[in-house]
Design a binder for this molecule. Structure first.
Ligand SMILES: [Zn+2]
Length: 63
């Protein structure tokens, strides 16, 4: 089946008005102040929440 009528530039624009991308959420780490993803471990200091902080392994030198 083909569309009955061509979609106008206006109608196309109205449809696409709701398709904007949103930025990635981020929050500050209370431990070190760096930005991190919400509900994720801080990759800088290993902080998760008030009662849990994970030990970070030493990473080998980058290539
Ligand atoms: Zn941190």
């Amino acid at each position: 089946m083909l569309p009955v009528a061509r979609t106008s530039k206006s109608r196309k624009g109205m449809r696409r008005a709701h398709q904007a991308l949103t930025g990635v959420a981020s929050s500050r780490c209370p431990g070190c102040g760096q930005s991190r993803l919400p509900h994720r471990m801080c990759s800088n200091c290993g902080y998760v929440n008030r009662s849990l902080s994970l030990e970070l392994e030493e990473t080998t030198a980058k290539k």
